[in-house]
Design a protein. Structure first.
Ligand code: CA
Ligand code: CA
Ligand code: CA
Ligand code: ZN
Length: 704
């Protein structure tokens, strides 16, 4: 009989994405468990044994409500960040610890909101969480590590490979900007945890969104009151959701969460519906305990664990294969949790706007991000900068010469000095690029992303050069996106700096080829093209392209679409007239993920566009005559002005560069103007003749 029910629990774990969860997919623990079971079916044995174990616990023992010995769990927070708001403060983490400790000792200020029917089973868990004060090497720590990585955008379990401390010693909590897990359901996973019975040394711990850590700082307005981590901590300590096995058979020991004093729940409860009674086979038939931390109700609704849940957690804290090693006094010594040392600071810094490129002659504002101790003195060394040293916390440094420059910061306090070197961190670009229009970039250079164009490190996603798909030549760029890339994550591809001044007056255009098919109806990825005229300090959007504006066509291809013919590539054009005088512009192609399909990019051209303009006069051979054409030297141009004002003539090479020449005006009798172009090199040329502010283009050829 039991075996059947265990299978049912197992199936519910595997099928839990099939729950009709509401808008927020609060906890990713079930999906995570189902995923690791798929790759490691042997874990089913551990789960079955664990479920059997907790079903035998006496979860209604009244002694459990008495205050026992507080068990202390050493904790480390690993903040994974890219110097954005996800790099949360120590104060915000301490606020989370306070909320955890109140919840696990029933000291929260809203215990009075527990309904009287449940007050008798509400329990102090006798647990406190303390930040580690010694790291795995025995060094002084504040229990917070900080790691720069784009994996914060949705790396999920991959962040655990960036940094982890031994799991039988510390509870590892990774703080990230985005969790991708089950993003396809359209919700947002706020956190996920490993259960003690089926985990391993490399995956164990909790991943949580930075803006759900605590109830202050970046988490102050989400309404969850810091209780997401209370919930995930429950999983880490061995608790299931009350809806895990649904209403089950009515035997509380073998269904739901295997705990008798938590009424079974059919599906996760959201909001705070205190009248819902989703299962009626419980004896006695109670309403759902929406105040329990292990359901999905709003944080403001949650306020209790139960005695039965405490019995399960006590079991975890008594078994070496579960969590008992974390709370031994030996471990408290190892982790220093009952000591309060002052630590040497760890040096960390970036620029205030997180941008590391600047024009020659410009300046950079540096920002101190040092942590782990109070800094009493700063020593900066700024290669190529003016000044080249500083003792300020946040110096502003000028860079007068183009190049790549290293920045070094040493931070000191009574406990020691720590130094961080960021090699070639700052790129100072020349105020005038030596790459002039016309530009033609087909991404054929295998080293294009090595010091020329820039695409920043991403998890698996973002811009890559590929040779399997292209519009022309042998290669193109792909902004790699699929169902696993986090919703609304952006991936940037930045060009080299270009000098557009040669196209002045010649209607410069940016033209490029894109290929794209959406994976989801009406929900296309977006490609936004930006321009900068200050070497990347600020970016102005030129245009955002979705399918409605020419990115691709609305033909749904579920995943992995690649263009196979040139016809599948659209040509898009942007007017650069407003930038024609700039001698140092860069373009940024930013792909925004909708967890759908890749965007492909090739054949980028920046050139004068003499021909296509609404202002051009209709070409009329009677108005302008060029002769001889072809010519071996001199060219005569007769212009029948027909009363129009003659504004002049310009000659351009085929690549759009204006040719300097001495105009010789022969006659200008009011109706006809004749110009003679002196001898020029063989080639194809365009004459642009302007009458009354409108112009005509005539092509002519010079032969040797
Ligand atoms: Ca139950
Ligand atoms: Ca019920
Ligand atoms: Ca190409
Ligand atoms: Zn959960």
């Amino acid at each position: 009989m039991k075996k059947i029910i265990y299978s049912a629990i197992f199936i519910s774990l595997l099928a839990s994405t099939g729950h009709s969860y509401a808008q927020i997919h609060k906890c990713g623990t079930d999906e995570y468990a189902a995923e690791i079971l798929k790759t490691n079916p042997d874990l089913l044995k551990s789960i079955t044994a664990y479920n059997d174990e907790i079903s035998k616990l006496n979860t209604s023992d009244q002694k459990l409500s008495k205050k026992g010995t507080t068990r202390t769990i050493p904790v480390v927070f690993h903040v994974i960040h890219t110097y954005g708001p996800e790099n949360i403060s120590k104060a915000q983490i301490e606020d989370q610890l306070r909320i955890m400790n109140e919840a696990y000792q029933r000291l929260n200020s809203d215990t009075s909101a527990t309904r009287s029917i449940f007050k008798g089973v509400a329990s102090d868990m006798d647990i406190e969480f303390k930040l580690a004060r010694k790291d795995p090497n025995g060094n002084c720590t504040e229990g917070i590590t900080r790691t720069y990585s784009n994996l914060t955008d949705g790396g999920d379990d991959a962040v655990k490979n960036l940094i982890r401390w031994p799991y039988r010693t510390y509870l590892n909590i990774w703080v990230v900007k985005n969790i991708v897990r089950d993003a396809s359901a359209g919700g947002r996973v706020l956190g996920y945890a490993t259960l003690p019975a089926f985990t391993n040394s490399t995956a164990d711990g909790i991943v949580i969104l930075s803006d759900y850590v605590g109830n202050s700082g970046t988490a102050s307005s989400n309404g969850n009151k810091g209780r997401v981590l209370v919930h995930e901590g429950g999983h880490w300590l061995g608790l299931y959701h009350p809806f895990q096995g649904g209403c089950g058979s009515g035997d509380c020991n073998n269904s739901g969460d295997y705990i008798c004093d938590t009424p079974p729940v059919s599906d996760p409860n959201f909001g705070c519906n205190k009248s819902i009674n989703s299962c009626s086979n419980d004896i006695p038939n109670q309403v759902d305990m929406v105040e329990n931390y292990m359901d999905y109700a709003d944080g403001s609704c949650q306020n209790m664990f139960t005695k039965g849940q405490k019995a399960v957690v006590d079991n975890s804290l008594s078994k070496t294969n579960l969590r008992s090693l974390n709370i031994t006094s030996a471990n408290h010594t190892t982790t220093g949790v009952f000591t309060n040392p002052s630590c040497a600071a760890i040096a960390d810094f970036n620029t205030t706007n997180n941008i590391v490129t600047v024009c020659q002659g410009g300046s950079i504002n540096f920002k101190d991000y040092s942590y782990n101790g109070i800094v009493t003195s700063y020593a900066w060394t700024l290669e190529g900068g003016t000044p080249s040293t500083s003792t300020l916390a946040a110096p502003t440094i000028s860079y007068n010469n183009a190049g790549n420059y290293t920045v070094t910061l040493s931070v000191t306090n009574a406990q020691g000095t720590n130094t961080l070197v960021k090699t070639k961190m700052i790129t100072v670009l020349p105020s005038q690029s030596n790459i002039a229009t016309p530009i033609s970039e087909g991404f054929e250079d295998a080293q294009i992303l090595n010091g020329k164009w820039a695409a920043w490190e991403t998890a698996d996603y973002g811009w890559k050069r590929l040779t399997t798909t292209k519009y022309a030549g042998n290669a193109a760029m792909e902004a790699f996106i699929d169902g696993g890339s986090a919703l609304n994550t952006t991936y940037s591809l930045v060009s080299q700096p270009y000098n557009l001044s040669a196209t002045q007056g010649l209607l410069p255009k940016l033209k490029f080829r894109v290929a794209y098919r959406p994976a989801i109806t009406g929900n296309t990825e977006v490609l936004t093209v930006y321009i900068t005229t200050d070497c990347g300090q600020t970016w102005k959007p030129l245009k955002a392209y979705s399918n409605a504006t020419g990115l691709g066509i609305d033909k749904i291809v579920e995943s992995g679409w690649k263009p196979t013919t040139q016809a599948e590539w659209n040509e898009l054009t942007l007017d650069l007239k407003a930038y024609e005088t700039f001698k140092n512009v860069m373009f940024k192609f930013e792909a925004r993920s909708r967890s759908g399909n890749s965007i492909y990019l090739d054949n980028i051209n920046i050139q004068a566009d003499l021909i296509s303009t609404g202002k051009v006069l209709k070409p009329n051979s009677l108005l302008v005559t060029v002769y001889p054409n072809p010519s071996k030297g001199l060219v005569n141009i007769d212009i029948e002005t027909e009363g129009k004002r003659y504004d002049g003539i310009k000659i351009f090479t085929i690549s759009g560069q204006e040719l300097a020449f001495d105009k010789t005006l022969i006659t200008n009798n009011g109706t006809t103007t004749t110009q003679i172009i002196p001898k020029i090199e063989a080639g194809i040329y365009f004459a642009q003749i302007t009458l009354d502010g409108q112009f005509i283009i005539k092509k002519f050829i010079i032969i040797p």
